[in-house]
Design a binder for this molecule. Structure first.
Ligand code: ADP
Ligand code: ZN
Length: 228
């Protein structure tokens, strides 16, 4: 893999797909392989909840119920993240946009900055499998690497492959009941965005029931195209 150089552009990629589709796993892969910055609104909201900010207090109960946080809050968080220096070399949006209003806000934010969505990547999965995928997942508390009880356990039990830490965490909303609410929110409010990006000509569809490596290879190819 070549290092970024003067002729590569700073792309804006979007990962679309229901909870459990692998957006976070693949976004972190793109971050390490292409030096893109992962902007995960879910992570940012969880940080706001943990810090007890005003936005966090407003978001907490909605997140615990599996609903969507208000567009105003999420767009404000995303705008700040886009303007941070570490976003200058390109970004991969994970969990944003999630509504038509967020998609319109994103188009406007990017246009003001002379940028645009280069590729909107739909991770296509079989919904029925998602509850199982999500209920088994956990992350390294130190570096955020994602794992799964059966699909992707650490090579050495209890030790992160990536950084060696031994503390892991599970999300409060990764239980079967909340997962079903999140899937419903996805189908009602987010899945229609696939048509939005198809109309703009930036949509790429990827079979995300394939192995993590196969999906990563497909995304790497799309990223190479998007930044050349
Ligand atoms: P997942 O994609 O697995 O559901 P995320 O970490 O992306 O998980 O999001 C967790 C929760 O954070 C969502 O269920 C929702 O309540 C909130 N959230 C994240 N991103 C957005 C967004 N763009 N708009 C509204 N709510 C969001
Ligand atoms: Zn780790």
């Amino acid at each position: 893999m070549s290092a970024p150089d003067a002729i590569t552009r700073a792309p804006v990629l979007i990962l679309l797909g229901p909870p459990g589709a692998g957006k976070g796993t693949q976004a972190r892969m793109l971050e390490s392989r292409f030096h893109l910055k992962q902007l995960a609104t879910g992570d940012m909201l969880r940080a706001a909840v943990a810090a007890g900010t005003e936005a966090g207090r407003a978001a907490q109960s909605v997140m615990e119920a599996g609903g969507l946080v208000s567009d105003d809050i999420v767009v404000a968080i995303l705008r700040d993240a886009l303007d941070a220096p570490d976003a200058a070399a390109g970004v991969v949006l994970d969990g944003f946009p999630r509504t038509e209003a967020q998609a319109a806000a994103l188009d406007a934010l990017l246009a003001e900055r002379g940028r645009q969505v280069d590729a909107a990547i739909a991770l296509e999965v079989d919904d029925a499998e998602m509850v199982g995928r999500i209920s088994g997942r956990f992350t390294c508390a130190a570096c955020g690497e994602g794992y799964h009880d059966t699909n992707k356990p650490p090579a050495r039990e209890g030790v992160c492959d990536n950084c060696g830490a031994t503390e892991f965490s599970r999300r409060a909303d990764d239980n079967a009941e909340t997962v079903r609410a999140r899937l419903e929110a996805y189908h009602e409010q987010t899945a229609p965005l696939i048509a939005h990006y198809a109309r703009l000509g930036t949509l790429e569809r990827v079979d995300a029931m394939a192995s993590i490596d196969a999906v990563a290879t497909a995304l790497a190819r799309i990223t190479e195209r998007a930044r050349s």
